[in-house]
Design a protein around this ligand. Structure first.
Ligand SMILES: [Zn+2]
Length: 221
């Protein structure tokens, strides 16, 4: 978990919105490899292991979804090619550098290319095990139904079949900044708060219709 991304995280438990306090036992550059994020309000602690913060503690995982996902994700994919990277940048509207892009499940395979070529900060959501095998520690979240993110912090998000649940789609919309892109499987209903821009047999691409309450630069997209 990159140290700068910690500012965008919030305790997922239902109480006043609060940031988390990091206690780090191992850094790799500016990435927290091992440590703990603590909530100053409810005192819960979230373990960071190999860059991934576990927000599921104390709640039941959903074994049916996970088992299904694990089988499909058992083999790591090869590196993505130039066309895949171009498509990803197009659907996520990543023409310029900067911002946090959340990649759900198997879309973790885009993380290294987007970080290097598009100069954005990838944030992995429930990534498969192979996402940690790339020689660098990812910034990753392990969640069930609640997304531990502040409102409006995501530039874009791409969810896969396992991560595009109704609660996570709705939570992702809240975490998107105005005009931020959301891509999800075509079978998923479009959540409130986004407008559909395009769709094919596999996926739809939508844009957040949220209006920011704070003054924002008109150059931001
Ligand atoms: Zn809390």
């Amino acid at each position: 978990m990159h140290i700068e991304l910690v500012d965008s995280l919030r305790c997922p438990h239902p109480h006043e919105d609060t940031w988390l306090v990091a206690s780090v036992t191992r850094f790799d550059g500016r990435d927290i490899v091992q440590g703990m994020l603590g909530c100053p309000v409810c005192r819960r602690q979230y373990v960071v292991q190999e860059g991934e913060v576990d927000f599921t503690a104390g709640r039941d995982p959903r074994p049916a979804v996970r088992r299904d996902a694990d089988e499909r994700e058992a083999a790591p994919p090869g590196p993505i090619d130039h066309d895949e990277l171009l498509r990803a940048r197009a659907v996520l509207a990543l023409g310029e550098a900067g911002g946090i892009v959340m990649l759900g499940g198997t879309h973790a395979q885009l993380a290294a290319a987007l970080a290097d070529e598009a100069q954005v900060a990838p944030l992995l959501l429930n990534p498969p095990d192979w996402a940690r095998d790339g020689g660098r520690f990812p910034s990753a979240l392990r969640v069930d139904d609640v997304l531990p993110l502040a409102g409006g912090v995501l530039r874009a998000a791409w969810l896969d079949a396992a991560t595009a649940t109704s609660p996570l789609l709705a939570a992702t919309v809240r975490a998107l900044r105005p005009g931020g892109r959301l891509v999800a499987p075509a079978r998923c209903a479009l959540p409130a708060g986004v407008t559909e821009l395009a769709r094919d047999g596999h996926e739809w691409v939508a844009e957040s219709t949220a209006v920011s309450s704070a003054p924002v630069s008109l150059r931001r997209r």
